[in-house]
Design a protein around this ligand. Structure first.
Ligand SMILES: Cc1ncc(COP(=O)(O)O)c(CNNC(=O)CNC(=O)c2ccccc2[N+](=O)[O-])c1O
Length: 389
C-alpha cells in the first residue's frame, strides 16, 4: 500500500472508530472494571492498546499510535507532550550513568541543552560529532557508547547526514548501540527510517504532522528490539498526552501528503529564486547542490518540505532587523511546519557548534515556506531584501 493511501486509512479500525470515519475523542483517567477477572485481563494487556488507566492512553491514542506505526514502520509508537519530550524520553529510556552518547553537532538547540545541562547530571557523557562524518563515526565509538543520535537535516543549517554509513558503523561495533533519528524535517512521508535500520524515529509532531501550529506533540516509533524498553521507560517518566491533541494530530496527519507536496513545490520555487540573487551567498535547501549532504538527500529521501535556510553576503543586525520587521506574509516565530510562512534570523550559530565551525560570514536566515501563493511570498522577500542593506 502506498503511503498516501496509508495516511488516509491508518488508525481507522472499527474498534477505534465505532463506525465513525474518525476515531472519536475518548477522555479518561479512571477505567472501571466489572470483575476482578476483567481487571486482571486488562492489567496483563495494559502495555498493548488496552484500556487500563488514562496514562496508558485511550482508544484515541491507540488509533493514532497504530496509524504512526503503519505509516512510519516499526513496532510501536510512544507519545509525548512535545518533540523535546520525545527526544528526552527516548534518550533517558536507553542511557544510564557511565554511558556515552554520540550527538550530532547540528542538533536543535534544546536537544544540545538537554545533553549539556541534564544528562551530565546523571553521569552521561556526550560527544558531539560532525554531521558530515559518515562512516568516520566509528572512530568516535567507545566501549560505553550506547546511543548515536542523528537529526537529518539539521533544523537550522540543513546538513543532510549519511544515515546508512552511521548505522553501519554502529552495527559493526557489535555493542547493541541504539541509533535514534529526529525525522521531523522529512516526516514519515519523505524518509523511511526503518528502511535504513534506524532503531527509533522521533518526530516533533508539533510541526508537519499536526500541520496547523495549534498542538504541541512528540512521537517516538521504535523497532521490535527497542519498543518494550522505550514504552516502559516513557511510562515510568509519566509521559502522556491529551486525547484532544491526539485527535487534532490525527486530523492533521490525514492531509500530511498533500500539504507536504505543496510546501515542497513552494519552497523549491522560493529557494531557486533566492539562489539566483547576487546578494545571497548560498541557499541551504537539501534539494539544492549548495546544501551540504545534497547527495544523501537525493539518494535517501523521497522529497522535501518547506523549511530551509540561506546565507546572505554580509549583513548586520540593523539590516536584518530592517528586513524582518517589515515582512508582510513571513511572520517571526519559533517552530515551523504549519500552513503559514515564517522567517527567522539566526545569530550566533558558532555558539551552537562544538565539533564543527560555522564558517559562513554573512547573515543566516531560516524560512518556513507555507501554503501561500509563491508570487506573494517572493514579492515579500524581494521587498525585505531591498531593506537589507
Ligand atoms: C528538528 C526539531 N526537533 C525537535 C523540536 C522540538 O519540538 P517541540 O517544539 O515540539 O518540543 C524542534 C522544534 N523546533 N523549533 C524551532 O526550530 C524553533 N526555533 C528555535 O527554537 C531556535 C532556537 C535557538 C536558536 C535558533 C532557533 N531557530 O529556529 O532559529 C525541531 O526543530
Amino acid at each position: 500500500m502506498k503511503k498516501s493511501t496509508k495516511i488516509v486509512s491508518a488508525g481507522r479500525d472499527k474498534k477505534w472508530t465505532q463506525g465513525l470515519v474518525n476515531p472519536p475523542v475518548s477522555r479518561g483517567s479512571t477505567v472501571v472494571f466489572n470483575s476482578v477477572k476483567e481487571m486482571k485481563q486488562a492489567t496483563a494487556k495494559r502495555h498493548d492498546k488496552t484500556l487500563f488507566y488514562g496514562r496508558r492512553g485511550t482508544q484515541t491514542h491507540f488509533a493514532f499510535q497504530e496509524a504512526m506505526v503503519e505509516i512510519e514502520g516499526g513496532a510501536g509508537c510512544a507519545l509525548y507532550p512535545c518533540g523535546t519530550a520525545a527526544i528526552s524520553g527516548a534518550l533517558l529510556s536507553f542511557l544510564k550513568q557511565g554511558d556515552h552518547l554520540l550527538m550530532v553537532d547540528t542538533a536543535y538547540e534544546p536537544t544540545r541543552d538537554l545533553c549539556d545541562k541534564l544528562l551530565t547530571r546523571y553521569g552521561i557523557e556526550t560527544t558531539y560529532y560532525d554531521p558530515m562524518i559518515g562512516a568516520g563515526i566509528s572512530e568516535l565509538i567507545k566501549a560505553n557508547t550506547k546511543v548515536i543520535f542523528l537529526e537529518s537535516p539539521g533544523s537550522l543549517t540543513m546538513e543532510v547526514q549519511d544515515s546508512p554509513a552511521i548505522v553501519a558503523a554502529a552495527r559493526a561495533a557489535e555493542q547493541d548501540i541504539v541509533v535514534m533519528l529526529d525525522n521531523t524535517w522529512a516526516s514519515p512521508i519523505n524518509f523511511s527510517p526503518f528502511d535504513f535500520d534506524i532503531d527509533i524515529s522521533i518526530q516533533a509532531a508539533t510541526k508537519y504532522i499536526v500541520g496547523h501550529s495549534d498542538v504541541m506533540l512528540g512521537t517516538a516509533v521504535a523497532n521490535q528490539r527497542c519498543w518494550d524498553q522505550l514504552r516502559e521507560n516513557s511510562y515510568l517518566l509519566g509521559q502522556c498526552t491529551s486525547p484532544d491533541d491526539i485527535y487534532l494530530a490525527m486530523r492533521g496527519m490525514r492531509t500530511l501528503g498533500v500539504r507536504l507536496a505543496r510546501h515542497e513545490k513552494n519552497a523549491l520555487e522560493v529557494a531557486n529564486w533566492l539562489a539566483q540573487r547576487d546578494d545571497v551567498d548560498h541557499v541551504r535547501h537539501p534539494a539544492l547542490a549548495s546544501c551540504p549532504g545534497n547527495e544523501f538527500f537525493k539518494r535517501d529521501f523521497q522529497g522535501s518540505c518547506g523549511l530551509f535556510s540561506f546565507v546572505m553576503k554580509g549583513g548586520n543586525q540593523a539590516a536584518l532587523t530592517a528586513l524582518l520587521d517589515g515582512m508582510e506574509h513571513f511572520k517571526m516565530g519559533y517552530s515551523w511546519g504549519g500552513y503559514e510562512s515564517l522567517i527567522m534570523g539566526v545569530n550566533g550559530v558558532n555558539k551552537l557548534r562544538t565539533a564543527t565551525q560555522w564558517k559562513a560570514e554573512g547573515t543566516l536566515i531560516r524560512v518556513h515556506i507555507g501554503l501561500e501563493d509563491t508570487s506573494d511570498l517572493i514579492a515579500d522577500l524581494e521587498a525585505g531584501l531591498a531593506r537589507f542593506n
